[in-house]
Design a protein around this ligand. Structure first.
Ligand code: SF4
Length: 365
């Protein structure tokens, strides 16, 4: 596939002006032979496709499958999702991360119940109008659930197309996404749009891998691919380096009384909104400083201040570096409530970031 560079609409572009239509049957034949079984593929209702696509954002298929099945069991349709309370939803999502996704699902289900009679809209513009649904997810739902020839272009698809065509622009640049969407739109098969969407995703997940060597020998586009023919699969796609993450030091306090530990709810907005956590102090503190702080707050300490060790958690934009302490107390900080191990398991949604301290607490560390 020849590469050329030009300026279109004031934006730099590289790669071909059109994609050969033969790409479609070649990829669909490969997909028919290699597609993985997934619960949402066996029964592609709009609700199931929607939930799966939201879960799959930033998350691997193997991780999503048990979450998806549990979600479907508890909330089998839009009406059940719209009627669910926030704590139930956060608990079902616990460990998947990016909790804003489940809040948007909730808002969108209520909107569908109010504005669309409880029926998931099939109109592409109406899908795009739902909370938490961008161009990629709208394209995926429209093509997979409703059989509309609408491309769904995410980072995986951009990577595959950049290698295939030899495009050298930064794939994070919005004009590049617009251009690839247009190129795909021109060849989208009216007969199997959903399968074509899924075949592109599958190729990106199984063959044209993001990290390490792509498996070009297994690729249906092996003979056409610019990057394979020119030996530049390691340098394509071109991507601007990510911004460095901010490091935040935190002191995590497990205030324990009998078999319970104190939890406090995080604010309703921002990172991990609405989840529960252990009371936390900014910065890295020593045991004596922790004791002085708690005594100043009026907490009745009944034992040692024991170090629970360190743990780190990486978010997309920041890192928490945490030091944990276990403190036996007769009282708790304002706003906290006591929770038993069973309640932590079944009721309170806790961030994965804190699970290391839960394990150490339960192990009696
Ligand atoms: S030949 Fe290799 S680099 Fe090209 S699209 Fe296929 S897997 Fe990706």
């Amino acid at each position: 596939m020849a590469t050329n560079s030009s300026k279109r609409g004031g934006h730099p572009t590289s790669g071909p002006a059109a994609l050969p239509p033969e790409l479609v049957p070649e990829l669909l034949d490969w997909y028919d032979a290699h597609r993985r079984k997934m619960p949402w593929r066996e029964q592609s209702t709009p609700y199931r496709v929607w939930i799966s696509e939201i879960m799959l954002q930033q998350t691997r298929v193997e991780t999503v499958i048990p979450y998806f099945e549990r979600f479907m069991e508890k909330l089998p349709d839009i009406a059940a999702l719209a009627a669910a309370d926030e704590e139930t939803l956060l608990k079902l999502w616990e460990g998947l991360g990016y909790y804003r996704r489940v809040r948007h699902l909730h808002q969108a289900a209520r909107l569908i119940a109010d504005a669309h009679g409880g029926i998931f809209p099939s109109d592409h513009a109406a899908i795009l109008n739902l909370p938490g649904i961008g161009a990629y997810t709208a394209g995926a739902i429209a093509s997979i659930a409703f059989g509309q020839p609408v491309p769904a272009v995410d980072g995986n698809v951009l990577r595959v197309l950049a290698r295939l065509t030899g495009a050298t622009d930064d794939i994070a640049a919005p004009p590049v996404k617009v251009r690839f969407t247009g190129l795909l739109q021109a060849i989208y098969p009216a007969g199997r749009p959903g399968d074509f969407t899924q075949s592109l995703m599958e190729l990106g997940a199984l063959v044209c891998l993001p990290n390490g060597e792509p498996k070009c020998a297994d690729c249906p586009w092996h003979d056409r691919c610019f990057a394979r023919r020119h030996g530049c699969t390691a340098t394509l796609p071109v991507k601007a380096p990510p911004r460095p993450r901010r490091v935040v030091e935190r002191t995590v306090l497990l205030l324990c009384r009998l078999d319970a530990v104190a939890l406090v709810k995080r604010p309703a907005h921002g990172l991990l909104a609405g989840l529960w956590e252990f009371p936390t102090l900014e910065g890295k503190m020593e045991p004596d400083a922790v004791r002085r702080h708690l005594e100043k707050e009026g907490i009745a300490i009944t034992g040692d201040v024991r170090v629970l060790g360190e743990a780190a958690h990486i978010f997309s934009h920041l890192e928490w570096h945490m030091t944990g302490f276990r403190v036996e107390c007769a009282s708790r900080l304002p706003g906290c409530q006591w929770a038993t191990p069973l309640e932590i398991e079944k009721v309170y949604p806790l961030p994965t970031a804190l699970k290391a301290f839960v394990r150490r607490w339960l192990a009696g560390t």
